[in-house]
Design a protein around this ligand. Structure first.
Ligand code: OOG
Ligand code: MG
Length: 261
């Protein structure tokens, strides 16, 4: 494990790059012994700093949960990250990307949790009982690492490349649709750029919640009622630029549109 001085140094690098929109080298270049747990220690340290600045945690993001994403990023294990209230935008609006380095979009299913979820092995049924609704989501990623290239410890420290996210479309109860068989089409400026089925995420997007709750349990934490969880992109992420119109269409769940500012 890295010591507290190293964790603070890495939190400085990541937090600085996120705040100023500059790239940094992969953290493992300078700290080759860095582990995934060290990455989470850096993420925790960043959260402490953000909360001290008045930012609010409103949920979590799972990442690298589909084969398309694992192949695109060259990482074979899922990651968990933090969703902060000030990174959530309204659908139909202009999403600010000034200050982002090389933003990309991806389409996801969000779960909005209505009752606390805790324990090492919650079932999909328990996840669905505790879920108020599921909803289409677009995540805007922006890796702080050069050329969007990283390894798992580095991307975990960088909060899973989180930049912004948008919820929209139609809220559905998990009992009223099959969350594992939703067709998703992502369009940029009217052109189809990615296509997937929600089940591309771990066979069922609720598995991302199961894994998240198990991971939180291992840290002595729970997934509290009111949390928003992004379950991870079913498709690869696609680069965007100012002026682009983004539309993600979901079978039986409506669509989300936004413009890139
Ligand atoms: C890491 C974050 C992955 C997802 O949905 O798979 C992620 C990245 O690809 O930059 O958010
Ligand atoms: Mg994502």
């Amino acid at each position: 494990m890295l010591d507290a001085t190293a964790v603070a140094d890495l939190a400085n690098r990541v937090d600085g790059a996120q705040s100023n929109g500059h790239t940094i080298a992969k953290l493992t270049d300078d700290y080759p012994a860095m582990t995934v747990d060290d990455g989470y220690a850096v993420q925790d340290e960043c959260l402490r700093r953000w909360q001290a600045r008045g930012r609010t945690l409103i949920g979590y993001k799972a990442g690298l949960t589909s084969r398309a994403k694992m192949v695109q990023m060259g990482v074979t294990e899922p990651s968990f990250g933090l969703l902060m209230r000030d990174t959530c935008d309204m659908e139909g609006g202009v999403i600010p990307t000034a200050g982002l380095i090389h933003p990309r979009v991806e389409a996801e299913i969000a779960y909005v949790i209505g009752a606390d979820l805790a324990g090492p092995d919650v079932t999909i049924e328990q996840v669905h009982e505790a879920t108020d609704f599921i909803q289409p989501a677009i995540e805007i990623l922006d890796s702080r690492f050069e050329k969007f290239r990283f390894d798992l410890p580095s991307v975990v420290a960088d909060n899973g490349s989180s930049a912004r996210f948008v919820l929209g479309g139609r809220m559905r109860r998990p009992r009223d649709v099959d969350p594992a068989t939703i067709g998703i089409v992502l369009e940029i400026n009217g052109e189809q750029v990615a296509l997937a089925c929600s089940g591309a995420v771990l066979g069922h997007p609720a598995r991302a919640i199961q894994m998240l709750v198990g991971w939180l349990h291992g840290r002595g934490q729970i997934l509290p009622a009111g949390s928003i969880v992004l379950t991870g992109a079913a498709t690869e992420a696609v680069p965007i630029k100012p002026g682009d119109s983004i539309c993600a269409r979901y079978q039986d769940m409506g669509s989300i549109t936004m413009r890139v500012g």
